[in-house]
Design a protein around this ligand. Sequence first.
Ligand SMILES: Cc1cc2nc3c(=O)[nH]c(=O)nc-3n(C[C@H](O)[C@H](O)[C@H](O)COP(=O)(O)O)c2cc1C
Length: 407
Amino acid sequence: MIDQPLTLPNGVVLANRLVKSAMSEALGDARSNTTEAHIGLFDRWGRGGAALLITGNTPVDRLHLEHAGNVVLDKQTDLARTARLAEAAKRGGARVLVQLAHAGRQTPEAVNPRPLSMSGLRLDLPGYGAPRAATEEDLERVIGQFEESARLAKVAGFDGVEVHAAHGYLLSSALSPRINTRSDRWGGSLENRARLVLSIIRAVRRVGGPGFTLAVKLNSSDFQKGGFSHEDSIAVAKLLQNEGIDLLEISGGNFETPVAYQHGAGKNSSASREAYFLDYARDIKAALTVPVMVTGGFRSRDVMNEALTSGATDLIGMGRPFIIDPAFPGKLLSGVIDRAPAVERDFPAAATLPRGAVLNWFCHQLALQGKTGAADLSLPIVEGHARYLADLERATERLLQERGIES
Ligand SMILES: Cc1cc2nc3c(=O)[nH]c(=O)nc-3n(C[C@H](O)[C@H](O)[C@H](O)COP(=O)(O)O)c2cc1C
C-alpha cells in the first residue's frame, strides 16, 4: 500500500511508496547553477509528502545539455548553492537523488551543433545536429564525468544519484542496436552495449560508498524497430542488479518515440491502461530482487495500491501531478483526495496539437510553479507551448552569451 515504508538494499528507509520522478525544471541560470526559484520549488516538493524526490535531468557535461536552463554538476558548479537545494529538498523529511545525464545526440543544435553519440546517426527531428561518433577516449571521459558529478552530489548533501539510461540520451542510445552500430567493445552484443552504463555504475558506486543510493532509469523498450527491446531491457536490468544498484526505475521511449508522457489515455482506471508501462515492469520485476519503480500515468490511489499489492512494482513514480500541486502526495496518503491531479486526461489527442505542445505546456507550468508558486490551469495548451518556446530561446541566448564571455 502507498503508505508503507520500503527499505532499499543499502539500508535506506523510504517513508512511503510515492516518488517524484525526474522533471527537467529549466530553472537554472546562464551558468547552469541552481536559482532561488528552483530551491523554493524543491522546498515545497520536499514538504509535500513524497518519500523520495529525483531532480530533473542534470547534465554531467555542459556541452551536452538537454536544453538551456539545465543545472550542471561539474567543477564549475556553485556547490554551496547546490547544497542549499539538497538541504531544502530534505527539510520536510524526503530523500533526494540527483538525476545525472548526458544528452548525447538529443543535445539541441543551438547548445552543441556536433554532439557526442555512439554513432553518426542523426536524430530524426529538426533542431539537432549531426553527431560525432565517440572515440574510446571520449567514452572513458564520459565515465569520469559521471563519477565526478556523483562525487559532487555527495559533497552537496544529496542522498544519492539516479543515472539516466532511458529516453534516448547517451546511455540509452548506447543500449540501442539501432543507434549504437559500433563494432568495438562498446557495441554489438548486449554486454558490449551495456558496457557504458555498467562502467558508470561501478565508478559511481566507488565514489558514493555504501550509504549512497544508486538508482538507474531504464527503458522497458525503445518502442522502435531494431531498437532496445523488452527482452534486452530484462537482461540489462539483471546486469544492473548484479552491480549492486539500489533501485531501478522503468520508463520507455525516446525523442523519436515519445511515449514516456502519454495523455488522454482515457478515464479507464484499469491498472495497465492508467500506468502504461506496468505490464512491461511486471516482467522486469519478476526477474529481479532489487526494488523497482514504475513511472508513467499513475493517478488513482486504487490503481497504485493494486500495482503494489500485485507485486508489479515497489514504488510509484509520478511526474506531472507534482507540477500542478506539489502538496498532493500528503493529501493522497491521508485520504483527502483519491486521485493525483490528472489535468492532461482532458487534453485533446496529441495528433491534433503542434508537436510537443502538451509537454511544453507542462514545462511552462513547471517554470510558473517555481517562479510564482502556482501553476496556471487557465492557460490554453498552445499558448503555454508558445511561451515555453519563447522562454527557451531567451535562455539559450543567455547561455551562449555567457559561454562566449567565459571562453
Ligand atoms: C516537464 C517534464 C519534464 C521531464 N523531464 C524529465 C527528465 O529530466 N528526466 C526524466 O527521466 N524524465 C523526465 N520526464 C518524464 C517524467 O519523469 C515521467 O517519466 C513522465 O512525466 C511520466 O510520468 P507522469 O505520467 O506521472 O507524468 C519529464 C516529464 C515532464 C512532464
